[in-house]
Design a protein around this ligand. Structure first.
Ligand code: NI
Length: 176
């Protein structure tokens, strides 16, 4: 496995719509493994293909990973979702403080559906359905948004978004 370079805001790729995956083969599975490793390297809980520069409808998620007392990373429950699609969502909403590996170092509250049902294909191309709520539902909505060129900051008010982007710029200036 290898770590892939991350695409960061304001790269225009992040605002493009990804294309459906039509062929699930070993190359694609290797890319998914690389995406998982890339996500783990930055302790992300989800990563979408456009974030590594691929406009393909696929995401990886692990909502249960942790670090042990020595800081060693322990894999939780990695999930690979190809062509994921939200087919049902609750009226009830939930507010969660979200971050994104493509908008490094920033966080903000976003309103999401509390429950979603997602249809997808697994690594073998098998059709599956998952019902998720709370944290996992939030991650699924955040990652599937990426496939439609939507970032979590696009859900914020104009004022909140511009404040967040100013902070991002300042933190980058410090790094430079
Ligand atoms: Ni993200």
């Amino acid at each position: 496995m290898s770590i892939l370079p991350l695409v960061e805001y304001p790269n225009p790729l992040l605002h493009e719509k990804s294309k459906p995956v039509t062929r699930i083969n070993d190359d694609l599975r290797k890319t998914l493994d690389d995406m998982l490793e890339t996500m783990y390297a930055d302790r992300g809980v989800g990563l979408a293909a456009p974030q590594v520069g691929l406009l393909k409808r696929m995401i990886v998620i692990d909502a249960e990973q942790e670090d042990d007392e020595n800081g060693k990373h322990i894999q939780g429950k990695p999930m690979f979702l190809i062509n994921p699609e939200i087919i049902a969502s609750s009226e009830e909403t939930i507010v969660f403080c979200e971050g994104c590996l493509s908008v490094p170092g920033q966080k903000a509250d976003v309103v999401r559906h509390q429950k979603v049902t997602v249809r997808y294909q697994d690594k073998e191309g098998k059709q599956k359905t998952i019902e998720a709520e709370d944290y996992l539902a939030v991650i699924l909505q955040h990652e599937i948004d990426h496939l439609d060129g939507i970032l979590y900051i696009d859900h914020l008010s104009r004022l909140k978004r511009s404040m967040l982007l100013k902070k991002l710029q300042k933190s980058r200036e410090k790094e430079a």
